[in-house]
Design a protein around this ligand. Structure first.
Ligand code: GDP
Length: 495
């Protein structure tokens, strides 16, 4: 119905018998992403949950049974302890009176936003995995700028921290760093631990890790009912460095490079408003294309990087890797044939010039291969805006559209691109991050995994010694192509 990428749907129909009940079962399986999602949601309240599987190719990566069972357990916990439950009301009272009644209490993570949408989404996924591993309930503190972007991910509950919660604006709580100082000075007793703690794992913090992943610190954190967690990072690789988390993660994700892929598809469903924008754009410009090429052009230093240098980089990357065809400059008139290949390029950028010049280029001259190239850019916001709901809606729309591509080109170090590649299960071509009027060869490199890069992995082992080489100490962690200080998970250490 929607595009040529519905191939998997047809395949699933032909692989079933002709009886209509098995067709229904197949469609239900597709819709629920092989058991990743749970049934029972009101379909009209979140149309993307029902329709999105027919906009993309079926994932090549199936969720493990163990992951599915952990998600079902989590949903139960969220229902029992989440907002508006009896336990929640009781716990909030205890937290207000700074009482920690120990094991009888539900435990929570309140995720606190920082930075752009991509940064926020990668840190939400990390916080969710941390919540599953530590049996905490994840609540997100969405401001007005995040209104109506996503559907609720958990059946019969909400993941949004209610605005009337006493700790909605809580800033006077003890910080993780202060707690560690106290503990260092005088081994802190469990009774002296606070009931609420602010944990800042942002990239701007000098020593954001403070050995957060280590058993000793996790033992302290385990006794604190409410963690307010602020991060803009994909800190899953640091969780992976903890032996007991590592065991669980391995069971949940036998394919280690699929953590973000599965968890982002589980959590992030475009709201009906976002889905309207995504599906209309998709069906108008992309659905009929033989191939869809997503091109994310993020310019981190717009004042020092000329637009032409960026454009040269993009063309060098796409043409030399046969992602886009060269122009036929000798033969200005291409002959008309009925079976022309039509490819669509989706450009995501804050600036209009890139989409415009690429579109003009392929309209003004034929391509050597005879392919027709349509170029579409949904928006050009000119700059990153904060506290702006519609700006975030556009960003989310474009991240999602990029994730529907067949081939993806992203910009090094951009978390906006990380989310698109992870949702789509696409190993992107990473454009070099230009910051001045230079040229760089190669212009881009193919990534080895679609996991996001953790830009600030822990620098120390739990015994305090400096980590010199991640890959030899932690199989399945590898330096990122786009940021050598960063690490990401790979399925096979030898990749
Ligand atoms: P990063 O800074 O590239 O890691 O990505 P973030 O998503 O964390 O922050 C950049 C923010 O700038 C986005 O969330 C958007 O608000 C905005 N932005 C950057 N590039 C684009 C783009 O191509 N399209 C749109 N609509 N917004 C963008």
């Amino acid at each position: 119905m929607y595009s040529k990428c519905t191939g998997h749907k047809n395949a699933s129909l032909t692989s079933s018998t002709n009886d209509s009940s098995s067709i229904l079962i197949h469609n239900e399986k597709d819709k629920l992403l092989d058991g990743l999602l749970v049934s029972g949601f009101d379909e009209a309240s979140c149309i993307s949950r029902v329709q999105s599987h027919s906009f993309r190719k079926a994932s090549l990566h199936k969720p493990a049974r163990y992951l599915i069972s952990k998600l079902r357990d989590y949903e139960e916990l969220h229902g029992k302890c989440g907002p508006y439950s009896r336990a929640y009301k009781r716990n909030v009272k205890h937290l207000q009176s700074k009482k920690n009644i120990g094991a009888a209490m539900c435990k929570y993570i309140v995720w606190d936003p920082s930075n752009g949408l991509g940064n926020q989404m990668i840190s939400i996924v990390s916080s969710f995995l941390y919540a599953i591993l530590t049996e905490r309930v994840l609540l997100v503190r969405f401001g007005a700028d995040m209104n109506g972007l996503f559907c609720e991910p958990f059946l019969n509950s909400t993941w949004e921290l209610p605005k009337n919660t006493p700790f909605w604006n809580e800033r006077r709580v003890e910080t993780y760093q202060t707690m560690l100082k106290k503990d260092k000075a005088n081994n802190i007793s469990k009774e002296a631990l606070p009931s609420t703690l602010f944990l800042n794992l942002q990239h701007t913090i000098d020593d954001p890790e403070k050995l957060f992943h280590c058993d000793y610190n996790q033992d302290l954190l385990r006794h604190i009912p409410l963690l307010i967690l602020q991060s803009d990072q994909y800190f899953v690789p640091s969780l992976f460095m903890n032996p007991s988390f590592n065991l669980e993660i391995n069971k949940m994700f036998p394919e280690k490079d699929t953590i973000f892929h599965h968890l982002s598809r589980y959590l992030f469903h475009p709201s009906n408003e976002a889905w309207g924008l995504i599906s209309r754009f998709y069906q108008t410009y992309l659905a009929e294309a033989d191939e869809k090429i997503g091109l994310q052009i993020r310019v981190f230093s717009p004042n020092t990087t000329p637009k032409q240098a960026i454009m040269d980089l993009v063309l060098n990357c796409t043409i030399s890797n046969n992602l886009l065809p060269e122009l036929d400059t000798k033969n200005p008139a291409s002959s008309y044939t009925r079976n022309k290949t039509l490819n669509a390029v989706l450009v995501a950028s804050l600036y209009p010039e890139y989409g415009e010049s690429l579109r003009a280029m392929y309209l003004n001259k034929p391509s050597i291969s005879g392919e027709l190239i349509g170029v579409y850019q949904p928006s050009h916001e000119e700059k990153q805006k904060f506290h702006d709901n519609m700006h975030n809606m556009k960003a989310w729309t474009e991240i999602y559209l990029l994730s529907l591509s067949d081939v993806l080109v992203t910009t090094s170090l951009s978390t906006f691109g990380y989310v698109a590649q992870g949702l789509g299960g696409l190993k992107p071509w990473l454009l070099y991050k230009l910051i001045s009027n230079d040229t760089h060869f190669p212009a881009c490199e193919r990534d080895f995994s679609f996991e996001p890069c953790n830009h600030i992995p822990p620098k120390h082992y739990c015994n305090g010694k400096t980590i010199k080489d991640y890959a030899s100490s932690f199989p399945f962690l590898k330096g990122c192509i786009d940021y050598s200080i960063g690490v990401k998970l790979v399925n096979d250490s030898a990749t």
